[in-house]
Write a protein that binds this ligand. Sequence first.
Ligand SMILES: [Mg+2]
Length: 212
Amino acid sequence: MTLTSFYRGLAVVVSVGTCFAAELYCHKEDASCQSKREENRGGPMDSYPPPTPRPELVVFEVDFTLWPFWVDTHVSPPFKKTSAGRVVDRHDYVLQGYEDVPEILDWMSRQGYTMAVASRTDAPKDMRAALKLLDWDKYFTYKEIYPGSKTHHFQRFHEQSGVPYSKMIFFDDEERNIYDLNRIGVLSILVSRGLTTQVLKNGLEQFARERK
Ligand SMILES: [Mg+2]
C-alpha cells in the first residue's frame, strides 16, 4: 500500500458519518448525495447543439468525476464482466459511471470531440482494466494514468496531439488540479458531485464564450 492510498483510506474512515464527506464524495449508495446530484443534472444531450468554438481536446479526470469511487481504495481487483454485462470487483461491488456519463461519452463521440483521460491514481493498471471492461476505452484517444503532477499529464497531451492548452478543456473533482491547470491556460471546470450533462454543457458554453 502506498502512502497516498493509506491516507486516502484514513480519510474515508474519518469522514464516515459526516455530512461533508457524504456530499463531496457520494460514496456508494449515499441517497442524500445522489439527490444533491440530481438537482445538478441537465436535460438529454441529443437535442443539444454543440457550442462553438469547440475545444480541440476534452480531458476528464476519472475517480469521482466519471465514476463514484477511488479505484485504488474503494474497490478490489480483479474486476470482471458478469454474464449480465455488469462490471464487478472481487466482492461483487458493481463498477459503473455516474448516471449521465455513458450518455455524455456517447454524445461527445458522435459529435466528433477528441477525448482523453488524466488520472493520478496509484493503481494505473486497475484503472485501465476497469475502463476497458466498461467499454469506455474506445472513447479516449489519449490516456495519461499514473501518479504525479497533473501538469505533466497535460504536457504529454500537448506533445502527442499538438493541441495548445488554450484549446483544451478539463473536468476534475479536485480543486488543486483545477488550480494548477487553469494557471497554465487550460480551461478547467470543477465537478463537485460527479459529471452531469449540466456540468458538461456549462463547461462547453464557458469555453465558447471565453475563446471567441
Ligand atoms: Mg478525482
